[in-house]
Design a protein around this ligand. Structure first.
Ligand code: A2P
Length: 334
């Protein structure tokens, strides 16, 4: 890999794409050149990188000549069509969509958990589901110490996960309500402002949603734990950009709150915020714009024989998407 790679951001004008550009800049990624790609609608639009204007170009089949790394975040159908073309052109694709995550030929990576999997890529590396990534930042260190068998979890997912249009929808609905106007909706099947929707992604015949099953399926692959089980309810909440997950986890090895705390305090990319007496616990509002995730409300689970409950929150656009993708690109350069 070129030490100063030419990087392309595919979906550069989207909620995640913008954060990818900012993250490359903030982390001093050793960029040789940056190319910004989006749909024909955005051609000519200018985005700033290190104070310079970069003009957005239209994504085309021949966009990838000379590009070393392409960070994709333009949705699953664009990834399915263009990621193989980019890989064929010699570029390493880091794909934020769900298109390739469960493909046996594609590593699925959270650098704090399975960085070594980056090495066996064949041109495409997948970035995990945002809720899975944030939950595993706290669950994986506990699993490594105590062998997690299964979890029960509920997520509280920000609208940023649905993209820029959903962020605008929440803003608009709040304005409409405050100004006593009729509420309009375009993105979600119900009003999201002042509401919670127990519906993220599409429903499966089992009654779970696709999003809910990502925790088990992607969790197994990332943690190299083929028997891991997860029963999850995913909920969309009127929060702009950080997800929270309430987890009850059962373990094989005996656990205590003290031992778990010691493990979590050493975990990379994770802060422990756990002082209920002072009303201190992770809050999505305060996790926004932060690289680290935060865990708190750690306690012995009273309904499992050897279980722990905790609450983990993290910025959906960063650890759930752009930051994790840039960290994977950093691994490629090591
Ligand atoms: P554009 O802004 O030109 O529509 P979000 O997830 O925030 O909705 O962002 C989606 C991103 O994917 C945007 O950058 C969007 O570009 C891009 N995108 C959507 N459709 C296409 C397409 N057909 N070709 C290239 N990029 C696309």
């Amino acid at each position: 890999m070129n030490r100063n790679p030419h990087v392309a951001v595919v979906g550069a004008t989207g909620a995640v794409g913008i954060e990818m550009i900012k993250t490359l800049e903030k982390r001093n990624f050793p960029l040789g050149k940056l190319t910004l790609l989006a749909s024909a609608r955005s051609v000519g639009k200018k985005l700033k990188y290190r104070g310079q204007d970069i003009t957005v170009q239209e994504l085309k089949k021949d966009s990838f000549g000379g590009i070393d790394i392409a960070l994709f975040s333009a949705g699953g159908s664009i990834s399915k069509e263009y990621a193989p073309i980019a890989a064929q052109a010699g570029c390493v694709v880091i794909d934020n969509s769900s298109a390739f995550r469960m493909d046996d030929n594609v590593p699925l990576v959270i650098p704090e958990v399975n960085a070594a999997d980056v090495k066996w890529h064949k041109g495409i590396i997948a970035n995990p589901n945002c809720t899975t990534a944030i939950a595993l930042m706290a669950l994986y260190p506990l699993h490594a110490a105590f062998n997690c068998t299964r979890i029960f979890a509920s997520s509280y997912q920000a609208v940023s996960g649905t993209g820029a249009k959903a962020i605008a929808e929440l803003e608009r609905q709040v304005d409409q309500i405050v100004n006593k106007q009729p509420v309009t909706r375009e993105v979600y099947p119900h009003q999201i402002a002042f509401n919670v929707l127990p519906h993220v992604d599409s429903f499966l015949p089992t009654g779970y949603t696709k999003e809910e099953m990502k925790m088990e399926n992607e969790g197994r692959k990332i943690m190299h734990h083929p028997t891991f089980r997860a029963s999850v309810t995913c909920v969309r909440v009127p929060v702009y950009r950080a997800h929270s997950v309430a987890v009850s986890a059962e373990f094989e090895k005996p656990t205590t709150v003290e031992a778990a705390l010691a493990v979590l305090q050493k975990a990379p990319g994770l802060d422990v915020v756990d002082n209920p007496a002072k009303c201190e616990y992770p809050l999505p509002l305060y996790q926004s714009d932060k690289y680290n995730c935060a865990v708190g409300r750690l306690r012995k689970d009273c309904a499992l024989d050897n279980g722990l409950c905790f609450w983990v929150a993290g910025d959906q656009l960063l650890k759930g998407a752009a930051l994790n993708a840039v960290q994977i690109a950093e691994e490629l350069l090591k």
